[in-house]
Design a protein around this ligand. Structure first.
Ligand SMILES: NC(=O)c1ccc[n+]([C@@H]2O[C@H](COP(=O)([O-])OP(=O)(O)OC[C@H]3O[C@@H](n4cnc5c(N)ncnc54)[C@H](OP(=O)(O)O)[C@@H]3O)[C@@H](O)[C@H]2O)c1
Length: 157
């Protein structure tokens, strides 16, 4: 992230799909203590960009297999967070074209609700949480289920 092209991304919508895994990424104290969200850390590296955090809560193969046309009964939803409402609207339109409804989590400071380990993180899209993700065929999770998962994150904090 320190090598991102700050000037080229200024004013652009940038989708942040990143997650923080301390064993993979090294220890980042502010993320471990919760004083900073991973989304806010990403924003620091691209200060002029219109950052929207999404795609981070779904295993990449499920992102493909669970896509459905608008109006399908088994359409899934993805949560998104960010500080720029117009950017979030554009990303919502993109998700719709890709086969997903969306749920607005709120500002980047609220993106802890969709970080690794939260109820909205990966689990809603798994048919059996005991399976390794690549072996799980995936399960649709609609707007209502994702909203409930986001609320559960709030009640356990
Ligand atoms: N995989 C998933 O299902 C999934 C789902 C949601 C979110 N995420 C999150 O998305 C992030 C990326 O995961 P991934 O699975 O896409 O990883 P990945 O397949 O390993 O891809 C990482 C990409 O970053 C590039 N890269 C790494 N270091 C770089 C550097 N110093 N400068 C420029 N480019 C660099 C790599 O380029 P090269 O190919 O040239 O090495 C590669 O294209 C992670 O935070 C992950 O947790 C992953």
């Amino acid at each position: 992230m320190p090598h991102l092209p700050v000037d080229a991304l200024a004013g652009k919508i940038v989708i942040d799909a990143n997650n923080y895994y301390r064993l993979r990424d090294g220890v980042i104290a502010e993320l471990d203590t919760g004083s900073l969200t991973a989304g806010a850390l990403f924003q620091r590296y691209v200060p002029g960009a219109r950052t929207v955090k999404t795609f981070n809560t779904i295993y990449f193969e499920h992102l493909v297999s669970l896509a459905r046309p608008a109006g399908s009964a088994d359409r899934s939803a993805l949560p998104l967070a960010g500080d720029d409402d117009a950017a979030k609207q554009s990303v919502t339109a993109l998700l719709n074209r890709l086969g997903y409804d969306s749920v607005d989590v709120g500002a980047t400071t609220e993106s802890w609700r969709i970080q690794e380990g939260s109820p909205a993180y990966v689990l809603p899209y798994l048919s059996d949480p005991r399976l390794p993700w690549p072996q799980d065929p995936g399960k649709p999770a609609g707007v209502k289920e994702i909203r409930t998962a986001l609320e559960q994150a709030g009640s356990s904090s």
